[in-house]
Write a protein that binds this ligand. Structure first.
Ligand code: XCC
Length: 675
């Protein structure tokens, strides 16, 4: 071997700098631990693998086998006519728009297929084919039935009386499930939107017909040689995205509330420190509460607790990752162990006796990490398996769900004694209040006396609350874990913007202590602090999982209904943000927020720069169509300030702009706040 080659052979592996990778101390500790044990995680891969430059620009076309055709922007930019084209002649605009549309389709498919699974379980409940699931919130069922055109009363002897409850449940279940494939008409929930918004979609010809059809149509229109007008492609993006936000995802939220109970605020904790050394630790990761509800029930049963004690454990500790974490949190107070980027690290603690996954946001590398410990990695969904042979598949079926869940919990308990001396659970965790819903915001800010969003609107009009922001979405290993979420949210609440949060952003907020009423005194501007202190709510409200972004749409609708802030969502001082997005689902969510009239800023790079004309269409022109538009701003402070500027613009248009000066925070100000 030459000297040169010898040198190469001993070159140390390039790994992530833990401090630069995350602002969360528990995460930093576990990244270092993984590196000490020579276990590779997503953080390390993010430093060794660069993203593809042309894909980043959105201009790689692999729609047919004449390609992939690659249309990067020339270094010097384009002067004059843009002559770049693929073999078929597709322009950069067409290619970027088709790629964007396929992300929307995939995102809508994921949320909506989740919704379909929930609707199918609900149909089994309504048909009384399962004892494991029941109806925990009859009120929610009665509330949503009319939106599906289902009567809740009947006439008997000239008198209006309550209709048989079982009949209502069955009809709602059938109508809900039909939303995925009904042959004609439009989605039932669209009319829940403010009337001018519904009319706008109608006029534009963008009312979704059924959920599956809009996804299929995107796939058709973006296949080789079909839709080659980027504006026309975006129209279909809207139609499909609305079928998510005001369709599949909203139905998922509602039927989950019906079966598992509508959330109301409760106290819990967040971060990996929730795991317990002397307990059987079961981490549930994924999205569908159909699975996690049963695991919670099994883990809390006397039978399983006794069995755990018999096996030498002091109890069973459940923890969630990703949106399953939010689902179990908002209904049962089960603490989330982490966000998307912490999934491998929960195993690196050495204390995870079983990680149970269903669908979405699950790293295949979990199998490789689990191999280094005693952890059983269990897949449960027929559409989501892993090729590695240490992965166990236990298929979950709603007809014997509790039995399946007990089998899984038993496996975790049996595995407790196989732990090695390698347990190292980070101490860090924070207290949080989570599980707000549309009704609890109404209750806390309106009171049972008013029973509306009147008080919230009143405080927005008088300027105590400057506006409302939805901050949602993922982590992305290309950015510092949780940094953008937390910086943006602190900047917003400092400027009196009330924040509604879901998804991994909500878990990040819990982890970093922003979900407590006490946060108000530390981080909020004086107006928002006053309101939060008076009614005892945190300035950042946890509204659930990503399908629960539908709760943000409904909260925005309630704001409009309560009056005084315009007639349409686009007129109110609202803004949206996904600081660290990575999933195609985030693009679907962004598109339905934009099409519902919300100015929506993404923090991580959008794959649009190779097609500036198409990018400008999304970032500028859409506002003239929907009143909402896309934007992208990686700098978190500027990102928040852009949202605040938009909120201020809306306040001015409404004539309620007399209120306050904007506070521009520099680093010293923020450090003073931290202290
Ligand atoms: Fe996945 Fe829903 Fe994103 Fe988190 S926020 S990384 S999509 S879990 Ni939904």
């Amino acid at each position: 071997m030459s000297e040169d080659k010898k040198e190469k052979a001993v070159k140390p592996k390039k790994v992530a700098d833990a401090m630069a990778a995350s602002i969360c101390p528990a995460t930093q500790e576990m990244i270092k631990r993984a590196q000490d044990l020579d276990i590779e995680t997503v953080f390390d891969r993010a430093v060794t693998m660069k993203p593809c430059n042309i894909g980043m620009q959105g201009t790689c076309c692999k729609m047919c086998a004449m390609g992939p055709c690659r249309l990067p922007m020339p270094k010097a930019g384009i002067e004059g006519e843009d002559t770049r084209k693929g073999l078929c002649g597709a322009t950069a605009n067409t290619i970027a728009a088709r790629n964007f549309a396929r992300m929307v389709a995939a995102g809508v498919a994921a949320h909506s297929d989740h919704g379909r699974a929930v609707a199918e379980v609900f149909l089994s409940v309504a048909r009384k084919e399962t004892d494991d699931y029941t109806i925990k919130s009859p009120e929610r069922l009665i509330q949503i039935a009319p939106h599906f055109g289902v009567d809740v009363t009947v006439e008997k002897d000239g008198e209006e009386v309550d209709r048989d409850f079982d009949e209502i449940a069955l009809e709602v279940a059938e109508k809900a499930l039909a939303e995925w494939g009904k042959p004609e008409g439009e989605l039932a929930y669209l009319k829940r939107a403010p009337a001018p918004l519904y009319e706008r979609w109608k006029k534009l010809g963008e009312l979704p017909r059924n959920i599956d059809r809009e996804i299929v149509e995107i796939m058709h229109r973006t296949t080789m040689g079909v839709d080659q007008d980027y504006k026309n492609i975006v129209k279909q993006c809207t139609r499909a995205a609305l079928a998510d936000g005001w369709g599949g995802a909203m139905i998922a939220t509602d039927l989950q509330d019906v079966m598992f109970g509508a959330p109301s605020p409760l106290q819990s904790e967040a971060n990996m420190g929730i795991m317990k050394e002397d307990h059987v630790n079961i981490i549930i990761h994924g999205h569908e509460p159909v699975l996690s509800e049963m695991i919670v029930a099994a883990a809390q049963s006397a039978e399983m607790l006794d069995y755990a004690k018999k096996k030498g454990a002091n109890g069973i500790q459940l923890g969630g990752i990703c949106c399953t974490g939010n689902e179990m949190l908002q209904r049962h107070g089960v603490p989330p162990a982490g966000t998307f980027l912490q999934q491998e690290l929960a195993i690196v603690t050495g204390a995870c006796d079983a990680m149970v996954v269903d669908v979405q946001c699950v790293f295949q590398n979990l199998a490789n990490v689990a191999k280094c410990f005693h952890t059983k990695l269990i897949t449960t969904h027929p559409i989501a398996k892993m090729e590695q042979d240490n992965v166990i598949h236990i298929e979950f079926d709603e007809h014997h769900a509790l039995e399946d869940a007990k089998r899984i919990v038993t496996m975790a308990i049996d595995n407790f004694e196989n732990r090695k001396a390698e347990v190292m659970i980070p101490k860090h965790k924070s207290v949080q209040i989570a599980g707000f819903g549309v009704e609890s915001i109404e209750y806390h800010l309106g009171g049972t006396f008013r029973g509306s969003y009147y008080t919230l609107n009143d405080n927005i009009i008088n300027g105590r609350i400057r506006g409302v922001a939805g901050v949602v979405g993922c982590n992305n290993a290309r950015t510092k874990h949780n940094d953008a979420h937390i910086t943006i949210i602190k900047e917003l609440i400092k400027n009196d913007v009330l924040v509604l949060t879901t998804g991994c952003s909500a878990i990040a907020c819990g982890t970093h202590g922003l979900l407590t009423p006490e946060t108000a005194q530390v981080y909020c501007g004086p107006g928002l602090a006053e309101v939060c202190e008076t009614v005892g709510i945190p300035p950042v409200l946890h509204l659930g999982s990503c399908v629960d972004n539908s709760r943000i749409l409904m909260a925005a609708t309630e704001v409009i209904k309560a009056g005084g802030l315009g007639n349409d969502i686009c007129e109110a001082p609202l803004a949206g943000s996904a600081p660290e997005w990575m999933s195609e689902k985030a693009i679907a969510i962004g598109q339905y927020f934009v099409a519902s009239g919300v100015y929506t800023v993404f923090g991580y790079h959008m794959p649009l720069d190779g097609a500036p004309e198409f990018r400008d269409y999304l970032y500028k022109e859409l506002e003239t169509i929907y009143g909402g538009m896309w934007d992208c701003e990686p700098d978190p402070v500027k990102h928040a300030q852009k949202m605040i500027a938009h909120i201020d613009k809306k306040r001015k248009e409404l004539g309620i702009d007399k209120a306050r000066e904007r506070v521009l925070m520099d680093m010293a100000d923020r450090q003073a706040l931290e202290a």
